[in-house]
Design a protein around this ligand. Sequence first.
Ligand SMILES: [Zn+2]
Length: 327
Amino acid sequence: MKTLTRGQRVSAGKLVEPLERFERLREFALDISSTLEYGGLNQQSHSTNEEEMMMKQILRSIVVMLALFAGQAWAQSGKVEVLWLGQSAIKLTTSGGKVIVIDPYLIKNPKTPDQYKNLDALGKVDLILVTHAHGDHLGDAPELAKKHNAPLWAPQGLAASLASLGLVPQELSNRMAQGGNIMPFGPNSVKITMVHAEHNSELVWNNPATGKNEIHFGGEPCGFIIQLENGFKIYHMGDTGLFGDMKMIGEYYKPDLVLIPIGGGQFVMNPADAAYATRNFLKPKYALPFHYATNPFLTGTPQEYMKALGKSSTKVFPINPGEKLEF
Ligand SMILES: [Zn+2]
């Protein structure tokens, strides 16, 4: 197995040329947006207010057209892109061009590449999924939901607590239960099913009125099966210990790619547990090991996971935070 350098991608195990055109368009659109936002035009011109307003309007239209074009071009390419940002944080671009962010622990994540500590670097966000209330998963999800007016989906108790504490607006904080599924972009599109995880989900919240930490109900922890427009299935396992119903999840949902915790210690599966689940229960085509090396408890490594897995039909991608997989 070849370790990739930052910024490289793989497609079903092969290196491919990056889709630079889309990224350039997105960067260009972002540049124009920030120019509009911070009054860059104002400083660079001596035009009247009316002319400025008109120019801003024209530029806004260009941004919208570029964004539409980039989205359509992506949809035509039919690629699935999985960008890992450390711990369990994933930016998933679906084959239809939707952007789903899962467990976005970014700003305080010691493994997140610096550029992604600026939440603008994610570009557009259509949907946010959170597996449980712990800070290294909930992370920047409330901020991203508000910033993009994007629906956040989480276990029922967590979504209810986020809304009642005022962390996420009620209309964006959506409740879901294990076994339940949603099609957030309409029929014949992406289908997301919440599944079991063997973990906990207390929500620690610092009350600004008292300055003290409070523990709130965070619902039941979960994983997500995400079936994309082209049928490709991704299983984001969240935080979990080994449990027998992974066998049922493997047989019933048949995930193509599993995003699997391997850090071990006192919180999640260790490399041997994860290898057992991969080999005997889940049997995916591909695996991306994650949730390790962010704190002293999570000592498992991808090399230990691959060694424990041995000869296997599952292709493992031991990539680094900031690297992408393409399928
Ligand atoms: Zn956790």
